[in-house]
Design a protein around this ligand. Structure first.
Ligand code: DGY
Length: 318
């Protein structure tokens, strides 16, 4: 019997070509928007593999609608959209796309940091509206980046790549979590507790996965510990931050600003967020370079094919 793969979205060419020439039966939802849960359940009834995106909710009811399911392959490094425990109990393999999006995501975190600290979107809008009528000593004043203290929460692959990019800016680097010998050696970074990091950093960047223990890691209490001049950058997952508390902290200038790529209830935004001048918002595009998205698509398809062919797959989380 020929096995069948369901692909939940139109992927970059590299992934589509690989899937279409794989020899497996395929069913492709060839659109940019996700299917609603009920329609998704209908489509997976007879499939052996699902290739999905981070906004497809792969929960118990979805898996149980697919009795033949052998593999779920996420085209993302994060996999908080998948009920891992249930997959394990059903002996369904779960794969992700680690490594290939590390540098690209670290670069977007820096882009947000620069954008909010130097008020780039505001400045751009100002010039486009014809408001630039001459050089002014007080116009668009922002924060320096060089010689400041950078706080990195989570120093896995992306957090490490992000921190290493601070090299040219002569920054003091603090990080929380497990010791990271690369950052210690390369930057003389200091491994500190979360409270010290929050109190002493000028820029704080989040690079931790979304799991229960990280839910609302930063909220009202933590924003109160941060400097009034501090900026928060989040390219990890929205629910790591209590977004309503962040809106309040930005509104009252308890902190100076934020650069956000991810949101608690994507694609919805917490009321008040988009009206704030001191926040820069991007639409979860941390990994969105042409070559990285191509590589992610190809890896996600390859992971699924490897599992279904009974071959070794190096990117299994379950
Ligand atoms: C991931 O892969 O988890 C990222 O959030 C995608 O940009």
């Amino acid at each position: 019997m020929q096995k069948k793969i369901f692909l939940s979205r139109r992927l970059p060419r590299a992934g589509m070509d690989l899937l279409k020439t794989s020899g497996f039966l395929t069913d492709i939802h060839e659109h940019d928007d996700p299917l609603p849960p009920k329609a998704l359940r209908e489509r997976v009834k007879d499939v052996h593999g699902i290739i999905c995106l981070l906004d497809d909710r792969i929960d118990r009811s979805l898996m149980d609608a697919a009795p033949k399911l052998e593999v779920i392959s996420n085209s993302a490094v994060g996999f908080n959209n998948i009920d891992i425990d249930h997959a394990r109990s059903r002996n369904i393999a779960v794969c992700n796309t680690p490594g290939i999006l590390t540098e690209t995501t670290a670069e977007l975190a820096w882009a947000l940091l620069f954008a909010v600290a130097r008020r780039i979107p505001e400045s751009d809008a100002y010039v486009r509206k014809g408001k630039f009528t001459g050089w002014k000593p007080m116009l668009m004043l922002g924060s320096d980046i060089h010689d400041k203290t950078l706080g990195v929460i989570g120093t896995g692959r992306i957090g490490t790549a992000f921190a290493l990019r601070s090299k040219g800016f002569n920054m003091r680097v603090l990080y929380s979590g497990k010791p990271n010998p690369v950052l210690d050696r390369e930057l003389g970074a200091e491994n500190v507790g979360l409270e010290t990091l929050l109190r002493e950093s000028d820029f704080i960047s989040l690079h931790i996965p979304m799991r229960k223990s990280n839910y609302h890691l930063l909220g009202k209490k933590e924003f109160a510990l941060m400097k009034n001049s501090a900026y928060l950058i989040n390219t990890a997952r929205g629910a790591v931050v209590d977004e309503a508390a962040l809106v309040e902290a930005l509104r009252t200038r308890e902190i100076a600003g934020a650069g956000l790529d991810v949101y608690e209830d994507e694609p919805e935004l917490t009321p008040g967020l988009k009206g704030l001048p001191n926040v820069v918002l991007t639409p979860h595009t941390g990994s969105a370079s042409t070559s990285t998205r191509d590589a992610m698509a190809a890896m996600a398809v390859e992971n699924c094919l490897n599992v279904l062919r009974g071959e070794k797959c190096g990117n299994r989380v379950v």
